[in-house]
Design a protein around this ligand. Structure first.
Ligand SMILES: O=P(O)(O)OC[C@H]1O[C@@H](O)[C@H](O)[C@@H](O)[C@@H]1O
Length: 248
């Protein structure tokens, strides 16, 4: 293990964004809940079963590209909607319309509340840079670039593979490993030389499926066991826990 708490063969770090670098997983979860609950109430009446912002979010939505999250949660309730197109208005009951509605809610929340980076993640990424490790952000979010900029941390990363880049390159999102593999390739390292940092179960699966050198589960919500079952080699509460000078 190195001073960064990583195996010696690791030459690059591939960081998820929401919930790993920035405190935005809860913002996404709240926006998903607001959108799905309004949709379910309209469709099923007042006795509808609400979206659970922990269990449903983790299982069906977290870490996946936006439209995949819509489809996957609706499928869990036995609902299929027409796909629509990405220009659908936010009141259209299509997969894309629901996704657009949720995105407006996320953007409004981010505008209102701003974006904060986790201080421990910033210190870890700075330590990785100082140690000569390559660094990428790998996020399903189409808002990744704006969130990095709002948190003031975009300069810490050499490569960004996000929802927009994935769409341009035709890469399937997490839980498939393709976006992480593309980031490793862009950084010039083999998957076995890269460590993946993820808080989402879908991200863990992507890390395992891609044959990466080390998979770090970041547990912000008390799901360490599930992260391990989905592929984490190690689980930490915060990236600062990996730094030698923070070890107790
Ligand atoms: O809707 P966006 O910003 O493109 O993000 C897609 C997904 O990005 C992931 O990073 C989040 O974990 C999900 O909650 C989110 O739905």
């Amino acid at each position: 293990m190195t001073a960064l708490g990583l195996p010696a063969h690791v030459r690059a770090c591939l960081f998820d964004l929401d919930g790993v670098l920035t405190k935005t997983a809860v913002v996404h979860a709240a926006a998903w809940k607001e959108m799905f609950d309004a949709f379910l109430a309209r469709r099923e009446g007042p006795a509808f079963r609400p979206f659970d912002p922990v269990a449903d979010y983790d299982e069906y939505v977290d870490g996946r590209p936006r439209a995949d999250g819509v489809r996957s949660f609706l499928a869990s309730r036995g609902i299929t909607l027409p796909e629509g197109t990405d220009t659908d208005p936010p009141d259209a009951d299509t997969v894309q319309g629901l996704g657009n509605r949720k995105n407006l809610l996320v953007l409004a929340k981010i505008r209102r509340e701003g974006v904060e980076a986790y201080p421990g993640s910033v210190r870890f990424a700075e330590a990785a840079r100082a140690a000569g490790l390559r660094r990428a952000v790998v996020s399903s979010s189409a808002n990744c670039r704006d969130v990095l900029a709002a948190a003031g941390i975009e300069d810490l990363f050499e490569v960004r593979v996000d929802g927009i880049v994935a769409k341009e390159r035709g890469l399937p999102g997490k839980p498939r490993p393709d976006t992480f593999l593309a980031a490793a390739e862009d950084l010039g390292v083999k998957p076995a030389e890269a460590a993946v940092f993820e808080d989402a179960l879908a991200g863990m699966e992507a890390g395992r499926a891609g044959g990466f050198g080390f998979v770090v589960g970041v547990d912000r919500v008390g799901q360490a066991g599930a992260l391990r079952r989905h592929g984490a080699d190690i689980v930490v509460d915060d990236l600062a826990d990996l730094l030698e000078d923070d070890a107790t």
